[in-house]
Design a binder for this molecule. Structure first.
Ligand code: SIN
Length: 492
């Protein structure tokens, strides 16, 4: 299938999905539509339906109805559907990658990598579907038996971000479907096409209509409908801490299960005893993946004083080689930022740092390509009180902070409300354990800057969120535990 084929599938998908969850309508003609832009060029690449509360309620009803049959399938049957979906995602890897680059801006190689990463969640959960084990607990009375069953929580509302238009969907929908839940998915308004294409491929895989429903458009109306519906029993979200707090408060009204993957402020700690090359390459990967637009991107690079100058020099040289441009361009590794607001945020953070004494070692301004391109930037002499250290910059800016002792590094690293990912670079085994245990973070990379994988638990502590995605632990977020007490076993 060609790129235009995938785009067509996305639109056909949207019509089929609407048709499937809006039974009263033969063909759904939205009252409003919304433009989708290519962030690298500003070009309008599609118009998609702009939906609101009414369509979301219809989608919830559809998911609620489908739950009855989907949850009653055998695990093996659900597993087969998921495996087929994985196969189709992989068969369309190149085109899906092109769609991601087109609507999100990340370089094509990285976008195709995201399809691989995203599809693996579906493959993993196709396998995990068969392993939802219960328990038998030794009873406290001779005539009793105690069983523990795990059952799907029900309809899940999934709200996903633009930075991984596919992988954040599959990381939620995969375990939800594996457990027997059905889903109402709201993708980001900036990147709905990948979601529609993925949903269409789910239908083609034989996953019944109503099991995965996509609603796009007016975020507050869609969010309200999901939060207030008693039929939605679970909210799963990736995005900002501010929105996560609102969802958590909104979910309280109907006491829903909630999992939140929120913002980070990742420290990347380089100790004097680190291998310089490993540290430079690891920090580069941790910082500049997706042009700095991931929740696990290194936000602060803390460097011990003995290696500071050498690291700053080698790191700046490596950053200078990062080619910026349209994600379809040959050799491009840094795409545009998602929109003007993101660009202005990066500018404000850099201006704040420079006004308080930071030195620009490299970059520090908009890129000559215009649009939302920003130069890969390295700042030195950064202090903890600067905006760039306190909050997530979500852009291609690496602030270097100097520290003297291990205790100071741990204190600086933990001095934040966030607690998603942290990275350390050291060749000292005792230090590896000491520091890993002392860091108040959900993920720690040791001598490695890219640590996300479908087989490991992903999630934060403190205000970076609740719950875990990926791995066997990701299943727990979509399951309820039921205790069954069998009494009077000795009755004849
Ligand atoms: C995110 O930025 O939220 C996800 C990053 C990842 O999965 O590695």
């Amino acid at each position: 299938m060609t790129l235009s084929g995938v785009a067509r599938v996305a639109f056909v998908g949207s019509r089929r999905i609407f048709a499937s969850h809006l039974p009263s309508m033969q063909s759904y003609t939205p009252a409003f539509s919304r433009q989708v832009h290519n962030p690298a060029t500003g070009e309008v690449i599609a118009n998609v339906s702009c939906m609101g509360g009414k369509e979301t309620k219809d989608a919830i009803s559809s998911a609620f109805d489908a739950f009855n049959s989907w949850s009653k399938l055998t695990a093996a049957e659900r597993s087969k559907g998921l495996r087929k979906w994985y196969d189709l995602l992989m068969a369309h890897k190149e085109e899906l990658g092109q769609l991601i680059t087109l609507e999100q801006g990340k370089p094509l190689k990285e976008a195709v990598g995201e399809v691989d990463y995203g599809a693996k969640f579906i493959e993993f959960y196709a396998e995990e579907a068969k392993r939802v084990y219960g328990d038998i607990i030794p009873a406290t009375l001779p005539d009793r038996r105690i069983f523990v069953l795990k059952q799907p929580v029900g309809v899940a509302g999934a709200i996903t971000p633009w930075n991984f238009p596919l992988a954040m969907i599959t990381r939620k929908v995969g375990p939800a479907l594996a457990c027997g839940c059905t889903v109402v998915l709201k993708p980001s308004e900036f990147t709905p096409l990948s979601a529609l294409a993925a949903a269409e491929l789910a239908l083609q895989a034989g996953i019944p209509p109503g099991v995965v429903n996509v609603v796009m458009g007016n975020a507050p109306d869609i969010g309200d409908a999901l939060l207030t519906s008693p039929q939605v029993r679970k909210i799963t979200f990736t995005g900002s801490t501010a929105v996560g707090k609102k969802l958590m408060a909104g979910a309280a009204g109907t006491v829903k299960k909630v999992s939140l993957e929120l913002g980070g402020n990742a420290p990347c700690i380089v100790f004097d005893d680190a291998d310089l090359n490993v540290a430079v390459n690891g920090a580069l990967a941790a910082k500049f993946r997706n042009s700095g637009q991931t929740c696990v991107c290194a936000n602060r690079v803390l460097v011990q004083e003995g290696i500071y100058e050498k690291f700053a020099d080698a790191f700046s040289k490596a950053v200078k080689n990062l080619k910026v441009g349209d994600g379809f361009g040959e050799g491009v590794v840094q795409g545009p930022l998602i929109n003007k607001a993101a660009l202005e945020k990066v500018e404000t953070f850099v201006e704040d740092a420079v006004s308080k004494g930071a030195k620009v070692l490299l970059g520090g301004r908009r890129h000559s390509l215009g649009m939302t391109f920003y130069e890969p930037t390295v700042l030195s002499n950064v202090k903890s009180e600067m905006l760039v250290s306190r909050e997530e910059v979500f852009g291609p800016v690496a602030p270097l902070l100097c520290f003297k002792t291990e205790e100071e590094a741990i204190h600086m690293a933990n001095d934040t409300n966030a607690g998603l990912a942290a990275y350390i670079f050291t060749n000292n085994l005792q230090r590896t354990w000491r520091v890993s245990e002392a860091l108040e973070y959900g993920l720690v990379g040791v001598n490695e800057g890219l640590i996300s994988t479908e087989v490991a638990p992903f999630g934060g502590v403190k205000q970076s969120g609740l719950g875990r995605e990926g791995s066997k632990y990701g299943m727990d977020e979509f399951l309820e535990i039921k205790y069954v007490c069998l009494g009077d076993m000795n009755r004849k």
